[in-house]
Design a protein around this ligand. Sequence first.
Ligand SMILES: Nc1nc2c(ncn2[C@@H]2O[C@H](COP(=O)(O)OP(=O)(O)OP(=O)(O)O)[C@@H](O)[C@H]2O)c(=O)[nH]1
Ligand SMILES: [Mg+2]
Length: 282
Amino acid sequence: MTTADKKTATAIQPTPEACATCPAFNAGHLTRLGITITDVDYVIALAGNPNTGKSTVFNAMTGLRQHTGNWPGKTVTRAEGGFAYGDKKFKLVDLPGTYSLLSMSADEEVARDFILFGRPDVTVIVADATRLERNLNLVLQVLEITDRAVLCVNLMDEARRHNISVDQRILAKELGIPVVLTAARQREGMDALLQSIFEVASGTFVCRPHRVHTLPRDVAEALDAVTARVRKLFPDLPNARWVALRLLEGDQRMIEAVQSGELRTVVSNHTTGAPIAEEVTA
Ligand SMILES: Nc1nc2c(ncn2[C@@H]2O[C@H](COP(=O)(O)OP(=O)(O)OP(=O)(O)O)[C@@H](O)[C@H]2O)c(=O)[nH]1
Ligand SMILES: [Mg+2]
C-alpha cells in the first residue's frame, strides 16, 4: 500500500472479543478506500431512480463526500470510489438517477451507458421503499440484461413511518436476486448490503433473475438475426441483444449511434476505462 493509499483508507477494526454475528464485527470487514481504486477485483454499479439514496450508499461505503440532497437529479456524472471487504477490493460507481434504460436525458444516458456497456460485476439497484412499485420498472429492465444484481430497498425508516412494510423474502424469491432492506442515512443494513454484493460478485450466490419471455416467434427470429449483425459490427459490445431490440423498435437515437459509429466510442470508453469527470471529495 502506498502512502497516498494509507491516507485515503479508513478501516474499522473488529475488536478481538467481537462475535461473528454482531454488527460491530461485520462492520470490521469494511475498509473505506476513498479515491483509491487501483487493482480492484470487482466493479459495482449503483443504479436506481433519482433521489433514492445512491450517493448516500456510495459515501457510506467509500468514505467520500459525493453531493447528496433531497431533490432528484443531483448526481449528473458518474463518480468512482473504492472499498475493501473481506479479502477483495471493489470499485463502486455512483450513477445519476434514471427511471428507465430507455430514457433520453443526458444524465440518464450516462447511467444507462454504464449499466449496459460498463461491464459492472454487480449492479446494485437502490430503490425507494415508499415508492417500490414505480421503482421496480428499472429493476426488471436491469434484470433483463444482467445475471448479477442486488436490490437495495432504501429509505426503510420513511417506509416504517408511513406504515409500509416490505416482504424481503418474497421479493427476493420473485425477483431471483438478493434483496436488502436499508436506511442508508443511518447506515442501517449496510453490512447486509456489503455481504450480498460480496456474495454475488464472488459467485457464492448465484442469481436466477426473473425474466419475461413472451416474444412471438417471428419477432424472436428477427431479433436473433439483428443481434447477430450487431455482434458482427461491434464484436466488443456487451448486451448486443438489447441494442438489437432498440433498433427493431425504431429507436432513432440508437439507429444514429449505430450508423455514425458512436456506439463503438461509448463501448471503448467503458472498456478502456477512459477518464470521466470526477465528482467526489476526499
Ligand atoms: N430518511 C432517509 N433519508 C435518506 C436515506 N438515504 C438517503 N436519504 C436522503 O435522501 C436524499 C437523497 O439522497 P441521495 O443519496 O442524494 O440520492 P441519490 O439517489 O444519489 O439522488 P440522485 O443523484 O439525484 O439520483 C438525501 O437528502 C439523503 O440524505 C434513508 O435511508 N432514509
Ligand atoms: Mg446521487
